[in-house]
Write a protein that binds this ligand. Sequence first.
Ligand SMILES: *Cc1c(COP(=O)(O)O)cnc(C)c1O
Length: 434
Amino acid sequence: MDDLLNRSRAAVWHPCTQMKQLEAAPPLAIARGEGAWLIDTDGRRYLDAISSWWVNLFGHCNPRINAAIIDQLGKIEHVMLAGATHEPVVDLSERLAKLTGLGHAFYGSDGSSATEIALKMSAHFWRNSGQPEKNGFISLKNGYHGETLGALSVTDIPLFKDTYAPLLRHSVQVPTPDARLAEPGETAEAYALRCAAALEAHLAEHAATTAAFIVEPLVQGAAGMAIYHPTYLKRARDLCTQYRVHLIADEIAVGFGRTGTMFACEQANIRPDFICLSKGITGGYLPLSAVLATDDVYAAFYGNATARGFLHSHSYTGNPLACRAALAVLDIFEHDQVIAANRVKSIEFTGILSEVAAHPRVRHFRHLGMIWAFDVADATAGFSTRFHQAALAQGVFLRPIGRTVYAMPPYVTSADEMRGLADVVLACLDTPAI
Ligand SMILES: *Cc1c(COP(=O)(O)O)cnc(C)c1O
């Protein structure tokens, strides 16, 4: 195991990591996975409580997803999607259209590329519609939409953004409806409406130069699982329609059941102009993302002129193996009635975490669907690393964001496994030095 860690340090540049810190805190050397568990090269087991960066839905080495990929391997592993098509990508596009109420699925390889696609498509729509000056973007304060340059331009996390600021295009951030920011006595809904008023004030002045408003519906993940009231999305939808600005729903993290409905937008009963999907789409198996859009958007690109078309491409667009994994995921959702089953599970897990919620160090305990989060009142510098390591030593893989501890377990996690997680979190909270 030590040998593997040394070789990894020397050969692999790990993401979101100061490599020098890996000397003191080496990465886990994972040999296998099994359900909600990661197993290292020495056979130690860790509960994957954040679903491998929010991507895993039905556990590691899920037999049904494995079988779908193996079946596809015997047919065709990949073919380019310009000038060719294949059954998995057509099936998946049809099924995603049925689920989202949007269509014309355009595929990328990861979440950031989906953001890039949606932003480019929106601006190109306005250009094709004779309004090229509508090319600005709005996003929420503390929003996260990925880290490639276009996506980073609408991301608002200083740690990721500040260094690259000179490379980025200007965008505008409007106040976040994050319920934690409500005034004392103000409801989450009242605060959401106050934030929507700020969005309206911005649109009233700048709609003529704005292409789209991009949001993470209901939960701002990278901001620290900031949850907000669905009323905000309802108002945002109305305002975007009124001011003729696209609404882009970045459901990359919240899609596929994470917030308790298949897509978070359903809880506000709205249809965005674009939806970005990735992460859970393949159950955490293979990189794949998709952007679906309205018929109106699609129609603005349809015509005889080549330059009117959406001229964007990635080599692995619509990869058949990834599409088969995604189809297997949708089959599991249907066959096991996952959304309904998770509703029961979610209530049970919240009960299991009640002692955590009541812990004196815990503030803003919050929960939506299969996401639980809280802030630690007295967290000092280095809290997140100390908490991560202490939990790891007790067999739970958690990665707090600043002072926010969150769990986002695979849907196959059992009540017993959740009890184990609650015990470890309590033990960490009971250690004042963490
Ligand atoms: C993770 C994430 C992205 C970026 O996806 P990558 O696959 O990491 O590029 C974009 N938006 C949201 C909301 C995300 O959580």
